[in-house]
Design a binder for this molecule. Structure first.
Ligand code: PLP
Length: 379
């Protein structure tokens, strides 16, 4: 990415800039794992359900995984392919949506035994499964831990020791977040082994949460997955989200104002934490490309909204950026735009796809979008 050029050329700000070459590169280790192990790759579209992104990667993956009716509809529109998989799991299955979900999705992992009991249909097109809670916690922060005490995610593994409901054809688990180490996967598979051994399943979905793009050597993971495929004779799926788009997304912003507050420089940006709500939710400081950790000066980068805590953090610079300069937050492709909102009436970032040959506007937010959100359009 030629950032100095891009900062001059991209006409609007704030913008989410997607590096298409990086997205395709992120899929490479996954394809190596697929080739060596026979597993299938799904993209978990909740990380960024941008249609242009789905279209870019659809031929490189075996399908998408979804959490709701709208995601399932968009996935099936983009895929338009009878052979591709759409996997669904959610604690919030609506009875009135279930028939359509059953038609759109190839695999449904029920989140609880009562949910399965209520919604399983005698006539069905999808392959039924269960999301299992393996009761192995790997996250330090309970807000990210699907196996925390009293978890709402998945059937307690202890309830499955005596066998699975008769129609269940697959199991699903998802237990980690932004994980670069595959020991949790190994441990989880070990814990599931007795259940896999004594049931005749067709498939196993290993969930997302692993940064497959960040592993040095995919062969060990491939071997782990290959053994599962061979030992149990089942189809194995992986469904990363952040590992596909996280490091390929950048938030381009422009400095709108600069002043001193209680002795510190404050830069007001034309974006806000509402364009990357995890900054506020988890009080994390996103990486800024222009930061110079050895720089002598520092400034607080703050968003445009009325919330006092709408602040990205304090950053170091050799020279504090001026009004009108552009700055770029990196590694913000996942869980940013999808969680973004128009608080205070500020538009969402436009989206640009960039590859070595060109940049293209993929989506622009306008007053019409804001108006549609807040007026009664009648449907
Ligand atoms: C969120 C989620 C994923 C994707 O997680 P990443 O951390 O983005 O890889 C996959 N499967 C399930 C069930 C999820 O909830």
């Amino acid at each position: 990415m030629k950032w100095e050029e891009l900062k001059r050329q991209i006409p609007t700000s704030p913008a989410l800039v997607l590096d298409e070459a990086r997205i395709l590169a992120n899929l490479k280790p996954l394809q190596t794992i697929r080739q060596a192990s026979g597993c299938k790759i799904l993209y978990s579209m909740k990380a960024l359900p941008l249609a242009a992104l789905l279209a870019l990667i659809k031929d490189q993956v075996d399908g998408f995984s979804v959490s709701s009716l709208f995601e399932a509809r968009l996935a099936s529109e983009v895929l338009a392919d009878a052979g591709a998989s759409i996997h669904l799991t959610t604690p919030g299955m609506r009875p009135d949506e279930f028939a359509e979900l059953g038609r759109l999705c190839s695999h449904i992992s029920f989140n609880s035994l009562p949910q399965h009991q209520r919604l399983q249909a005698s006539v069905r097109d999808y392959s039924p499964g269960l999301r299992v809670n393996p009761k192995l916690s790997f996250a330090d922060d309970q807000r990210y831990d699907p196996c925390r005490p009293h978890s709402k995610l998945g059937v307690d593994i202890e309830l499955l020791r005596d066998g699975l409901p008769a129609d269940v054809e697959g199991l699903h688990f998802h237990t980690v977040f932004a994980c670069r180490d595959f020991k949790p996967l190994q441990q989880t598979l070990e814990k599931l082994r007795p259940i896999l051994k004594c049931s005749r399943l067709k498939w196993l979905n290993l969930g997302g949460g692993y940064l497959y793009n960040a592993i040095a050597d995919p062969q060990d993971v491939a071997e782990l997955i290959r053994q599962v495929c061979v030992e149990f004779g089942i189809d194995v799926y992986v469904e990363p989200g952040k590992g596909v788009v996280g490091n390929a997304g950048y938030l381009l912003t422009t400095v709108l104002d600069r002043f001193v507050s209680d002795g510190k420089d404050v830069l007001i940006l034309d974006t806000s934490v509402n364009h990357h709500p995890e900054v506020f939710e988890y009080q994390m400081k996103p990486h800024l490309r222009e930061e110079d950790s050895a720089g002598e000066q520092s400034a607080i980068l703050a968003g445009s909204t009325c919330l006092a805590g709408d602040v990205f953090g304090e950053y170091r610079f050799g020279r504090i950026p001026e009004v009108g300069e552009r700055l770029v937050f990196a590694d913000v492709g996942a869980y940013s735009l999808i969680k973004a909102n128009r608080f205070n009436g500020y538009k969402l970032p436009d989206v640009y796809g960039v590859n070595p040959a060109r940049w293209v506007l993929q989506k622009r937010d306008s007053y019409a979008d804001y108006r549609r959100q807040w007026t009664n359009s009648g449907d």
